[in-house]
Design a protein around this ligand. Sequence first.
Ligand code: HEM
Ligand code: HEM
Ligand SMILES: [Fe+2]
Length: 464
Amino acid sequence: MTIKYESQKIAQNFYTFAVLLFLVQVVVGIIAALQFMWPDFFILNFNIIRSLHINAMVVWLLVGMMGATYYVVSEESDTELWSVPMANFQFWATVLTVTLVVLGYIWMGINPQANSTTLFSTGILNEGREYIEAPRWADILIVVSVLLFLFNNFMTVLKTKKWTGIQGTLLGGLTVLALMYLPGMFYTKNMVKDQFWWWWVVHLWVEGAWEIIAGALLAFMLMKTTGVKREVVEKWMYVEVGLVMFTGILGTGHHYYWIGTPSYWLWVGGIFSSLEPVPLLVMVWDAFRTTRETRVVTNKAGLYYTVAHAIFNFVGAGLWGVIHTLPQVNKWTHGTQITTAHGHLAFYGAYVLLVLAMIYITLPAIRGVKEFNASRAFQSFWWMTISMIFIVLTITGAGMVQTYMERLMGLDYVAVKANYNLWFWILRAIFGVGFLYGVVIFVIDYFKLGKEPAPIAAPAPEKA
Ligand code: HEM
Ligand code: HEM
Ligand SMILES: [Fe+2]
């Protein structure tokens, strides 16, 4: 495996930053988990730790996707990137902005008053909207960075005018992603309206734009690892992406049940979001069908992560989403640990495994190795996946107890959290350490891949 174009190497910068932030995200997640048992544990409060955990996640996943996109667009357009210096500049500008934002959160944790200064109508360190807490000045820098990124990729395609379905869909998804950042960038004094627009960013990202990107990358990865014909993967990609949009856009309604929006959203959200698992199931079927028909697998680890991504996208987003998506159920489970359980498995399955799969598929080529020892890739996969399954089962249990005791029996929130759910928190922290162990193996593998002597007895390509 080697790269076709020198500029595809730029992907590696983005991957490295993503991998390091992944490690930070999970370490911080464990601190958050410990704070459920000892609220005073650590110098930074739970609210700061929690926003570091979820912001680090969003950022590293986006950065990983950016790296993957530079790689894919150059390959699909059959040419070098339009401007490598611009891509490098965009990378370092992103690193700088993210670092400043993180330092700002930490500073606010130590000195909460520091956020009382406003700049562009939000607090100077934190705008306070979950997942997109970055202050407005940082939003503006992020928009500039994303515009440079999109511009560079579109110019690359225009060089050869070779539009492929995969790269077109990928860039389409990324354009929607950029546009959907904007509704989170203005300020309204009305809480209902504020929540309304905020969900456009959060929901239309993960259940719209990001799933479109995942559909395009899934097609690319299946083509690369199994050698299946482009026409076949692209045909199914269009079906998947079409269904994602058909169900996901109006599916936004599942966040409009209780925020003060008109009651027709109960119907719209309930019906359309119940259909959201359908495209995710088609993706699983697509991955299995393609894999079954394959004769020669050259990158076993890459294919493994790809298929696992398809499966856990369906289980985490689809199944763990659909169980609480009807208003009749959501009325009881809204904002409980059931939501948190779904959030973890959905993000892990849909996007963590997606970015890791892209890394395992493109990194060997970037590092110029034919074969690599995949044993660490499998080890980290199982440590992370089994731990995540147990984290999710544990907090689903906590969520059921919480829903029953708090919402049905009317017990106090803190009483349930501090007494009845304590064992669940203990177990979550333990499984969290298991997850961290898997991440550490992955990070070591990332830095060592292709830099060690080739495996002694290179295995012959397997017959499937
Ligand atoms: C990869 C795709 C998905 C990701 C990453 C994801 C992630 C999340 C996250 C993080 C939340 C919590 C938001 C908050 O902090 O309040 C959430 C809420 C929710 N998700 Fe998803 N989700 C995905 C797909 C789905 C799908 C397909 C469904 C339905 C079939 C669904 C149903 C819901 C519902 C109903 C809520 C609201 C829970 C509540 O009322 O507290 N999600 N999702
Ligand atoms: C790749 C792995 C992980 C992903 C994708 C992830 C994702 C998320 C998301 C989306 C949320 C917000 C969900 C919500 O509150 O509805 C969250 C919160 C949280 N995460 Fe993680 N996380 C990961 C790993 C971990 C680990 C290993 C731990 C530690 C055991 C952890 C502990 C927590 C805690 C304690 C919260 C706050 C929950 C709450 O507010 O109720 N996470 N994480
Ligand atoms: Fe949603």
